[in-house]
Ligand binder design. Structure first.
Ligand SMILES: Cc1cc2nc3c(=O)[nH]c(=O)nc-3n(C[C@H](O)[C@H](O)[C@H](O)COP(=O)(O)O)c2cc1C
Length: 402
């Protein structure tokens, strides 16, 4: 929000308060942050410990997902949990290959495996192989299975990563620009990728690399907002009033935008933001708040960005990294503009310029970038954003045969 918009908002607040507008403000959820049924999954996530596999699903739905689309469905039995992609919950032109959708499903898998370990299951994860393509799949084609967790009895092993699940939130606010991240914490993040998974973590900590990442990310943000189809696809998932976020229980909310408490209240009072205005705010926040206050940036690479299993594994790695960062008191925010433009270049047959920019940030042979992010120490805590209920994401069990 610019100064003029802010003053207009402040004026509106005064008028509303004097003119009985407190009622209106309440209606718009101005004084409400993180309350109501849409936030209940953050409270009840660990209450099914005695009720078998559902405890794993409750942890799964708290995972990160692109634009909070929560593109998951689960079919649960005592022996296994099948994870399905809900292809009605895609990001369209922002994610034409459904690569980010697969990353989000991988995030849910990681939370489920951690919950399984905590609740006495040894999970064997079976990923469905496949190639990600930009083919349009009709909504009516139904959910597609991407993975199965086979549940076997195992020792119940508590872990700090499992305990961090309800505390992990994407932080889009300013980070402390005076505080760098120590070598020990950076090493913990860098070494999260294990030898048996294809994903790698690369951290950009030098001024030169940070400036290059910032410059390219800003240009990619500009490309996205100049692309009407990408902008519309993104805006479709914005939930800018309390009523919208309470009803849908998904998407990008004002609370999650990293605004200061006062600006947040004013933004809630203003009439709905057009996609042009919210794009302009996004560009300004990226340029003035998110890029310059980051202590470092990071990139996740895989050998093949369009391999379905590798996308799921990269999602698992991101979720684990965010949970580890949470235990270290660090704030994280995905910044995927460059990879999103690389997908779009590929889909439209344009020169692979975003890909060249990504490659220029890494040593030769590092693989293909599938995820970008920033990190630092937070100036403000991040907040929980809505989740759909367990009932909304469970598929009916497979009918018994015979
Ligand atoms: C594949 C993927 C890409 C994402 N890209 C971005 C991004 O570019 N910018 C951003 O602010 N958040 C991004 N996010 C974060 C989601 O918007 C966030 O996880 C979602 O809104 C739910 O919020 P939570 O992480 O606080 O639970 C991404 C998440 C995933 C899984």
């Amino acid at each position: 929000m610019n100064r003029r918009g802010f003053l207009r908002g402040a004026g509106a607040l005064t008028v509303l308060t004097v003119g009985g507008g407190v009622f209106y403000a309440r209606e718009r959820g101005v004084f409400r942050v993180g309350e109501g049924a849409a936030y209940e999954p953050w409270q009840s996530w660990n209450q099914d410990a005695a009720h078998g596999p559902l405890a794993l699903v409750r942890a799964g739905i708290l995972a990160c997902s692109p634009h909070n689309t929560q593109p998951w469905l689960f079919r649960v039995s005592d022996q296994q949990i099948e994870l399905y992609a809900d292809l009605t919950r895609t990001l369209g032109a922002m994610d034409p290959y459904r690569r980010e959708l697969h990353l989000g499903l991988g995030c849910a898998l990681e939370n489920m495996v951690l919950a399984g370990q905590a609740h006495g299951y040894a999970c064997v994860v079976d990923l469905v192989p496949g190639r990600l393509s930009a083919e349009v799949i009709p909504d009516a084609s139904g959910p597609v299975r991407v993975a199965t967790l086979h549940l076997q009895p195992g020792p119940a092993t508590a872990s700090d990563l499992h305990d961090a699940i309800p505390h992990r939130h994407t932080n889009r606010g300013p980070y402390d620009p005076t505080r760098s991240v120590g070598a020990a914490a950076l090493t913990q993040l860098r070494t999260l990728a294990t030898a048996d998974t294809p994903g790698q973590v690369h951290l950009l900590t030098t001024d030169e690399a940070k400036i290059a990442f910032s410059r390219h990310t800003l240009a990619a943000t500009q490309t996205i907002i100049s692309d009407a189809a990408m902008s519309a696809a993104s805006h479709r998932w914005f939930r800018l009033t309390s009523r919208a976020s309470d009803t849908h229980r998904d998407g990008v909310t004002l609370e999650g935008a990293g605004l200061s408490p006062l600006t947040l209240r004013l933004a809630k009072l203003l009439p709905g933001l057009s996609s042009e205005k919210s794009d302009a705010i996004w560009l300004r926040n990226t340029r003035e708040q998110q890029l310059p206050t980051a202590a470092a940036f990071g990139l996740l690479t895989v050998p093949d960005r369009y391999d379905a299993q590798q996308a799921l594994q990269a999602g698992r790695l991101w979720q684990r990294l965010h949970l580890r960062a949470t235990t270290l008191g660090l704030a994280l925010q995905p910044l995927n503009q460059l990879v999103e433009v690389a997908d779009r270049d590929q889909q439209l047959g344009r020169p692979a310029q975003a890909d060249q920019h990504l490659a220029s940030l890494l040593p030769a042979g590092a693989g293909q970038v599938t995820f970008g992010f920033r990190l630092g120490y937070p100036q403000r805590p991040a907040v929980a954003v809505p989740r759909r209920s367990l009932a909304q994401v469970l598929l009916r069990p497979v009918p018994a045969t015979g």
